[in-house]
Design a protein around this ligand. Structure first.
Ligand code: BGC
Length: 777
């Protein structure tokens, strides 16, 4: 099905349009060329006589950013847009680990998009958080591809149920803002396949997004917008993508090359600069008209299918969406530490001193193309005052413009010492992180650091509430009584903060990105952000926890970590391997709420291969489930592991090696109370042996080894390089044909018969009798 999840197939007409769109016959070549780039900044062409209605595409992942052409259109977060619900950013939604929550948010966004006449909403962003410095990390879900893929798929499913298309972006390897239109991500195929592509792959294969947005950057020298390997071989041939590929805004510089590579829609249009070159290229034979027809068909078919899936125009319930945003802000907030001070007692004794300008001037969304105009905005200061009978005071403590104000700081510190507890709001201002640039350090602003230091000398417990789109250095607040990371929590983050502080809701989030001890510990540190338009992904598959675990580095807070207001015990791990010759297992574990209130837990499953033919991460996330467990009750969670879960990307494609694997289940990547080791006896996938295969590769083959030894014994007799194990130890890396030549034989006479013998010995009817023959002629 194209772009439409199963849930709404029932609403679709029997006769689905095919990939040769019926309107093609009614269109001139010029009209077709005009359909593969935008008509305006946010729309595609309407061609009335052919019955083609243009479509509207607009940002963005956290809310609908529908602009009015009369008041300005831009992709930088500058001009105003229609009011829409500002949901929490992706760092918060990623931290929720809650696929169904993301689906519900997708549905709400789909409804708002429909009401505003939007056909395609440009999101979700599922690029990997390669470095905490990336200025746009607030738009991305995770440092782990399985996690980002699962949550992204939930969001896409939700929005597409409403007949609005998603645009999964930015495809691919777009994990930094520095030099983003030119930088070439130099990254090997294994790293792409295992880390930077799987989130896209999962969303494409599970829910068929209507569109995929190609990124600005180059990958191994070729711009994503004209990268045939990426847009056609991987996306369509390998994964079966059926929607259309849209460019990031301004990512196309050569319309002809892009179309030929598999890009369908160029946005926004470059005047006649997009259409004229296509017509010229068809005229002079550089581009086939079929290629143009295919792109037009994909675009029109996708739009038809979205429209066919729609019911009558919905009226968004903005109140309900605000409540959903509030619930999501709690679900994505991560309680990093808590000495027991939280939740605060709303009817307790003593003053609550709210300190920090961010409590009354919140930072709740990121800057750039995802910036929207919220329907309303809750302030934490108001919400806290409303939620408690206790006296609440407020001091700004610092200025958000970065200027240090000693007077403001001194007053805040003086007054705070009279309070029973300080609730300190700190975080990053807009100027610190945004689309378009990367950060240079992980520090909180200087004025806030000075305040933190001053407060730490007073004898009052401090609860720190953080608003930031990406990880900051938490060293300066490490001694606080509690640290609550709220990310950029959306328009309801203020009321959610009060809910969390007073225990009306629980912090449901778990980290989807490691909090390091220092910037120099981070995986891309030595390869960031590149120079001369090139950035080397030198850490390869070792990003996030894969890096810290492989390097045995201490971290401030590990991937997966987060506390709630309940406590949980893990028990009864059961691992069933139905057939050791097949890489497959069923895993069950039991979680018991041992706390004093109902709560939710994110049960995480990691897989650790003991040995493999390639270097592999110590452990990798292979399953997770968020479960709600009432006090005193238990729940059993079940995971199914398949071949791909055991596999790495090698020269034979996805490969699961035989051997031992430890399955570990627990509440974070570094707290895994349940473990069990299983042994798989799956067939070892190898490249076929040839004369160019090394001696070691021949030796590793159970049949080829004996045959090779026999063949060499004959040819190398009396040679200064005899075919002995001693010689093989030093010459093991040598291609067999070279060895034969060195040891006095003629490779042509030896290799041909050897390969024939090998083929005969491994032919299916000889499978039982694979011993080397006596006669190796
Ligand atoms: C961003 C995209 C966005 C597009 C349209 C680009 O600058 O990278 O994420 O969807 O603008 O606003």
């Amino acid at each position: 099905m194209l772009g439409i999840p199963t849930a709404i197939i029932a609403d679709m007409p029997e006769e689905l349009p095919t990939m040769t769109h019926p309107a093609l016959d009614r269109l001139t070549r010029e009209e077709k060329a005009s359909l593969v780039s935008g008509a305006t900044f946010w729309t595609t062409e309407t061609i009335e006589h052919a019955g083609i209605e243009g479509a509207t595409l607009t940002d963005g992942p956290h809310g609908v950013r529908m602009q009015n052409p009369d008041t300005g259109e831009d992709h930088l977060g500058i001009a105003q847009s229609a009011p829409a619900t500002a949901f929490p950013d992706r760092s918060a939604l990623g931290s929720s680990w809650d696929v169904s929550l993301l689906q519900r948010i997708g549905e709400a966004l789909g409804t708002e998009a429909r009401a505003l006449g939007v056909d395609i909403l440009l999101g979700p962003g599922v690029n990997m958080k390669r470095s905490p410095l990336c200025g746009r990390n607030f738009e991305y879900l995770s440092e782990d591809p399985l996690h980002a893929g699962a949550l992204g798929a939930g969001w896409v499913r939700g929005i597409q149920v409403k007949g609005v298309g998603a645009s999964v972006k930015h495809f691919a390897a777009n994990s930094q803002e520095t030099d983003r239109l030119k930088i070439s991500a130099e990254v090997d195929e294994r790293t792409l396949r295992e880390i930077y592509l799987p989130a896209f792959e999962h969303i494409v294969t599970e829910v068929q997004p209507a569109t995929v947005m190609c990124s600005y950057n180059r990958i191994n020298g070729v711009h994503a917008s004209r990268n045939r390997w990426l847009l056609t071989e991987v996306l369509r041939d390998d994964w079966g993508f059926e929607g259309y590929v849209v460019s990031d805004w301004g990512a196309v510089s050569d319309s002809v090359e892009s179309l030929a590579a598999g890009l369908d829609l160029e946005m926004p249009p470059r005047g006649n600069g997009s259409v004229a070159p296509l017509l010229a290229a068809i005229d002079d034979g550089r581009l086939s008209e079929e290629t143009l027809d295919l792109a037009v068909s994909r675009i029109l078919t996708t739009h038809d299918r979205l429209r066919a899936a729609r019911s009558e125009l919905p009226q968004p319930d903005f109140e309900a969406h605000h409540s959903l945003a509030r619930q999501a802000a709690s679900a994505g907030s991560v309680l990093l530490t808590n000495d027991g001070i939280l939740p605060l007692d709303p009817d307790g004794q003593g003053t609550i001193a709210v300190v920090g300008e961010l409590a009354r001037t919140p930072r709740y969304q990121g800057a750039g193309s995802s910036h929207i105009n919220p329907t309303r905005l809750d302030l934490a200061l108001d919400a806290i005052s409303r939620a408690t009978a206790r006296p609440v005071t407020f001091e700004a403590g610092y200025r958000l413009d970065g200027e240090r104000d000693d007077e403001v700081l001194a007053t805040a510190t003086r007054n705070a010492q009279e309070a029973a507890v300080v609730v300190l709001f700190v975080g990053l201002p807009d100027a610190a992180e945004s689309e378009g640039f990367d950060r240079e350090h992980l520090d909180l602003p200087e004025a806030q650091l000075a305040l933190i230091e001053a407060l730490s000398t007073r004898d009052v417990p401090v609860v720190v509430v953080l608003s930031n789109g990406a990880v900051v250095d938490l060293g300066p607040v490490a001694d606080a009584s509690a640290i609550l990371e709220m990310w950029l929590g959306g328009q309801a983050s203020g009321s959610a903060a009060a809910d969390l502080l007073f225990g009306i809701s629980e912090p449901g989030g778990r980290l989807a990105e490691t909090v390091p001890l220092r910037l120099s510990d981070t995986p891309a540190y030595l390869n960031w952000p590149g120079s001369d338009h090139v950035v080397l992904y030198g850490e390869r598959v070792y990003i996030g926890y894969r890096w810290y675990d492989a390097r045995e580095l201490e971290v401030r807070f590990p991937f997966g970590h987060g506390l709630g207001y309940a406590t949980f015990a893990y028990s009864d791990l059961e691992v069933v391997v139905p057939d050791p010759q097949t890489a497959q297992a069923t895993v069950r574990a039991t979680i018991t709420n041992t706390g004093e209130r109902d709560g939710s837990e994110v049960v995480q499953l990691y897989l650790a291969p003991h040995s493999a033919r390639v270097d592999r991460p110590v452990r990798e996330l292979r399953g997770f489930e968020k479960v709600r467990v009432p006090v005193g009750e238990s729940r059993t969670v079940e995971f199914e592991l398949g071949e791909r879960d055991f596999a790495y990307w090698g020269e034979q494609g996805w490969t699961a090696d035989p051997g031992e694997y430890t399955i570990a289940v627990g509440p974070s990547s570094r707290s895994l109370p349940l473990t069990e080791t299983i042994s798989l006896d799956v067939e070892l996938k190898r490249a076929p042996l040839t004369g160019e295969s090394s001696i070691n590769e021949w030796l590793a083959d159970p049949v080829g080894s004996g045959l090779m030894r026999q063949a060499l014994a004959a040819t190398s007799e009396g040679s200064p390089i005899p075919a002995t194990d001693e010689v093989f130890r030093v010459a093991g890396g040598m291609p067999l044909e070279t060895f034969v030549g060195f040891s006095g034989g003629n490779p042509v006479d030896v290799i041909g018969p050897l390969l024939k013998d090998l083929q005969a010995a491994t032919a299916p009817d000889k499978a039982q009798d694979s011993a080397p023959r006596e006669d190796t002629e």
